[in-house]
Structure formats: structure tokens, C-alpha cells
Design a protein around this ligand. Structure first.
Ligand code: SF4
Ligand code: MG
Length: 273
């Protein structure tokens, strides 16, 4: 079964979203996860189209609500692999209230952020991760605000897996996605995803991004140090990864399911008629 649908992709040519889609489907294939055991949620923004392109159980939800939806799905059926895709505008602006709580609860879901530092779908306004001085349609004289550091926030909130990827390195991103999904607990991958139309950062990142080496991902202080590193050098890789009890492990009462086979089809048909 092909993991990608035949739906025509409408992302701009060269958009970093293609790399995330490619890395994700390759990761799922390599992990051998059956499509019916996988649920993917997306929010509002250019990234949100990803659910149209994936041939698995998907839910394109309202603005900023990817994490609560993913939490509910995981609690309802802990057997499922639950992955949420969200943008920097979706997850770090309107939906920001959900991230620290999912992290501290350590619910076993994976959240992948398409962080292009701009609102792409609404044609280029600044977001919480836009750099200070960023000139956009909503900040024509340059943003006066300091950007949010999502990795630092996730670490401070108690996330047990925190990583950064780059859409310009699909193989590395695939590895991160595989590790995040395998991790039992809340996993956040912030992906540097250039928006070629409103904020093309490919060259900027290519000159600065480097892969973490000799880094101890179980050391919170080292992880915080790496989360703070942003400038001439930008680290990508797994900043932090520890084992801890998950929220879904504590939910004692499994929900009651009515298997489809128990439904009396004849009765149902009569009723429908
Ligand atoms: Fe990608 Fe930007 Fe085009 Fe949206 S506007 S599809 S983020 S390049
Ligand atoms: Mg964005």
C-alpha cells in the first residue's frame, strides 16, 4: 500500500514541506508501521495539506489544536502510533498553550513542526519564531520582538525527546522521525523548513547547520546549551532523550470498543431503509 495519495500537491515548488513528507513516509516504511495503526493530525497552515497527501488515518483539525487532538486519540487507543504535524504559526502562536502541558504529561505522541518562521498560507506575516527585525506584510518596518525558542520551551516543560531537523537534509530528518516515533513519550521535532515564497532560508541554514556529535542527549544541561546555540552555527539532531513513565501508561481504564462485526447488518440495513 502506497503511503502517499494521488492528490495533486499544491505546495510551492521547492517548499521544505516536500522534504518533510518524503522523510516521514520513508520513516514509516522503514519502521514497518501498518497504515491502519497510524493516525496523523495536521493543523492550519501550508503544512496542514500533509494529511491530504498521506494514505493513512488522518484528521485535519482547527487552528492550533493538533496536540489536544493527538492526546485524545492516543488516550482513546494507546495501541496507535499518533503523529501530529503543525506549523510555527499553528503550534507556537494560537496553539502554544498545549505544548508545555503535553510535554510535562509525557503523552506518547510525536509532534513535528514545520518551522518556516512565517505565516505562509496567509501570504507572509511574522510568527513567534520570526527573527527580530523580520520585515513581513504585518511588520513592514521589521519585527520588534525577540523570537520564541521552541526547543528551550519544550525542555523546560519536561519533554522527554527534543530534536531539531532541517528540510535540506532528508536522510537526517528521516532518522530523527524514526527515533521520535520509537521513543515512548512526548517527542518534539522542530524542523527548519524554508518557505521559498515568503522566507527562503535554504542558503542561510546550509551555511550554518551542523549535526550534533559527541553530545550526551541524556544530559539536560547539555541539551539546554545546544538549544541556546543559534547564530553562526545551528545544531541539528537529538538534543534530549530520556526514558520516563508516560501519561497513557497511567490511564487504567481502557475505553470500551464495539467491534464492527457485532453490528447486525440486516437490522441496520432495514433501519436505514
Ligand atoms: Fe511552502 Fe511557503 Fe509555499 Fe507555503 S507559501 S507552500 S510554506 S513555500
Ligand atoms: Mg509557518
Amino acid at each position: 500500500m502506497k503511503l502517499q495519495t494521488q492528490v495533486k500537491k499544491v505546495w510551492c515548488p521547492g517548499c521544505g514541506n516536500y522534504a518533510i513528507l518524503t522523510a516521514f513516509t520513508a520513516a514509516i516504511e522503514e519502521l514497518g508501521i501498518e497504515p491502519e495503526k497510524l493516525v496523523v493530525i495536521s493543523g492550519i497552515g501550508c503544512h496542514g495539506r500533509i494529511t491530504d497527501y498521506l494514505n493513512v488515518n488522518t484528521f485535519h483539525t482547527i487552528h492550533g489544536r493538533v496536540i489536544p487532538l493527538a492526546t485524545g486519540i492516543k488516550l482513546a487507543n494507546p495501541e496507535l502510533t499518533v503523529v501530529g504535524f503543525s506549523g510555527d504559526g499553528d503550534a507556537y502562536a494560537i496553539g502554544l498553550g498545549h505544548l508545555p502541558h503535553a510535554a510535562r504529561r509525557n503523552i506518547d505522541i510525536t509532534v513535528i513542526i514545520h518551522n518556516n518562521q512565517v505565516f505562509g498560507l496567509t501570504t507572509g506575516q511574522y510568527t513567534p519564531t520570526s527573527p527580530k527585525g523580520f520585515k513581513s506584510r504585518s511588520t513592514p518596518y521589521g519585527s520588534l520582538e525577540e523570537p520564541l525558542n521552541p526547543l528551550l520551551l519544550a525542555l523546560a516543560s519536561g519533554a522527554t525527546f527534543v530534536a531539531r531537523g532541517f528540510a535540506g537534509d532528508i536522510t537526517h530528518l528521516k532518522m530523527l522521525i524514526k527515533e521520535a516515533i520509537k521513543h515512548r513519550g512526548f517527542a518534539l521535532i522542530d524542523v527548519l523548513q524554508p518557505c521559498v515564497t515568503y522566507y527562503n532560508t535554504y542558503q542561510y541554514y546550509r551555511e550554518r547547520v551542523y549535526k550534533l556529535q559527541n553530545h550526551n542527549p541524556t544530559d539536560l544541561r547539555q541539551a539546554i546549551e545546544k538549544a541556546l546555540e543559534w547564530g553562526d552555527k545551528i545544531p541539528i539532531g537529538i538534543l534530549y532523550k530520556i526514558e520516563k513513565e508516560t501519561l497513557d501508561q497511567h490511564v487504567k481504564t481502557p475505553p470500551v470498543y464495539k467491534p464492527v462485526s457485532n453490528i447486525n447488518i440486516k437490522k441496520l440495513y432495514k433501519w436505514l431503509k
